[in-house]
Design a protein around this ligand. Structure first.
Ligand code: CP
Ligand code: NVA
Length: 313
C-alpha cells in the first residue's frame, strides 16, 4: 500500500506562484536574520537524509549546513553503500527511509527515479539534481537576481529585466524556464541546434504564465541588452564521454568579455558552479566585477533553509 504523501519538490512547477514567492521571501529573511545572529529552529529534532548518486560540493554541504542551522540533523547516504545498489527496489527503500527520516534530498540520473521515490515515500522528497531538473538551484539563482536587481528584495522589480541563458538546454536551464514562468519573467536561451531545452517543459511552463521564453541559436541575440547572463557546463554529469564533441559544438557559446560587451553595462553574470574556465566561461569574466557567483553559491544555503522550513513539518 502507498503511504500518505507529504509535499515534494521534484521540479519548480511542483510549487504554485505563491509557494515560489513564499520560499524566496523567507530565504531572504533568513539570510538577513542569520547575519544578525538570529536562528530559526524550525527543524529541531528532525533528520534530513541525503541520497546522492552523483558528485556534489554545493548542494550537499549547503543542505547539511541549512539543516544544522535550523537545529536539525543530517545523514549522508551514498547510494553505493545502500542495498539499493544490490537491487533493493526504490519503492522499498522509500518506505523504509520514511520510517527513519523527516525529509530526503536525492541527487540522481533520471527524473523517474526521484518520482518513484517520492511516490512511495511518506516524507517530503526534494530533487537535488537530476538529468532533467535542478529546481533548488534555479530558486537560489533567482533569489540572487532579486537581491542584486531589485530595491529591498521586491520580486516585481525584476519583471521587466532581460535574462539570458547561454549554452546547453540542460537540467539547470529547464529549472530556470520553470522559475521564470512562475514569476512571469523574460528569458532568452541561446543554445546550439539540437541542444535546445525540452519543448514539452517550455509548453507546460507557459500554461497560466505571462512569461516570455524565447529560444534562439545566436548567443548575441540572447545577450543583447541583457540584465542577467547565466551559463553552465557544456557537458553535465553523466555526459563525460561527450565532452570532446561538445567542446567543438559549444565553442561559440562561451561567456567571455566580447559576448558580455553586448549586454547592459551593469549586467550580472551567474554560473551555478562548478565552472570550467576557458570553456563555457572565461577566467576574466568569472573573476570579474560583473560575476556574482560566490553570492549565488552562498544563497543556496539560505534558500535550502527556507525550503526545509516550508516542507519539513
Ligand atoms: N551548483 C551545484 O549544484 O553544485 P554541486 O554540484 O557542487 O552540488
Ligand atoms: N548541469 C550540471 C549542473 C551541475 C551543478 C550537471 O548536471 O552536471
Amino acid at each position: 500500500m502507498k503511504p500518505k504523501k507529504a509535499k515534494d519538490f521534484l521540479r519548480v512547477l511542483d510549487f504554485s506562484v505563491d509557494e515560489v514567492k513564499t520560499v524566496l521571501t523567507r530565504a531572504n529573511e533568513l539570510k538577513k536574520e542569520l547575519k544578525t545572529g538570529k536562528k530559526s529552529e524550525a527543524a529541531k529534532g528532525k533528520i534530513l537524509g541525503l541520497l546522492f548518486e552523483k558528485h556534489s560540493t554545493r548542494t550537499r554541504i549547503s543542505f547539511e549546513s541549512a539543516m544544522y542551522n535550523l537545529g536539525g540533523n543530517c545523514t549522508f547516504l551514498s547510494s553505493k553503500d545502500l542495498q539499493l545498489n544490490r537491487g533493493e527496489p526504490l519503492k522499498d527503500t522509500a518506505r523504509v527511509l520514511s520510517r527513519y527520516l523527516d525529509c530526503l534530498v536525492v541527487r540522481t540520473f533520471g527524473q523517474n527515479i526521484v518520482e518513484e521515490l517520492a511516490n512511495w515515500a511518506s516524507i517530503p522528497v526534494i530533487n537535488g539534481l537530476t538529468d532533467q531538473h535542478h529546481p533548488c538551484q534555479a530558486l537560489s539563482d533567482i533569489m540572487t537576481v532579486i537581491e542584486k536587481k531589485s530595491q529591498g528584495f521586491n520580486l516585481d522589480d525584476i519583471k521587466g529585466l532581460k535574462i539570458a541563458w547561454v549554452g546547453d538546454g540542460n537540467n539547470v536551464a529547464h529549472s530556470w524556464i520553470e522559475v521564470c514562468a512562475r514569476l512571469d519573467l523574460n528569458l532568452y536561451l541561446a543554445c546550439p541546434k539540437g541542444y535546445e531545452p525540452d519543448k514539452h517543459i517550455i509548453e507546460e511552463s507557459l500554461k497560466d504564465s505571462k512569461a516570455n521564453i524565447v529560444v534562439v541559436n545566436d548567443p548575441i541575440k540572447a545577450v543583447e541588452d541583457a540584465d542577467v547572463i547565466n551559463t553552465d557546463v557544456w557537458a553535465s554529469m553523466g555526459q563525460e564521454d561527450e565532452e570532446d564533441e561538445r567542446k567543438e559544438i559549444f565553442k561559440n557559446y562561451q561567456v567571455n568579455t566580447k559576448l558580455l560587451s553586448h549586454a547592459k553595462k551593469d549586467a550580472i553574470v551567474l554560473h551555478c558552479l562548478p565552472a570550467h574556465r576557458g570553456q563555457e566561461i572565461t577566467e576574466e569574466v568569472l573573476e570579474g566585477p560583473q560575476s556574482v557567483v560566490w553570492d549565488q553559491a552562498e544563497n543556496k544555503m539560505h534558500l535550502h533553509r527556507a525550503l526545509l522550513e516550508f516542507l519539513v513539518k
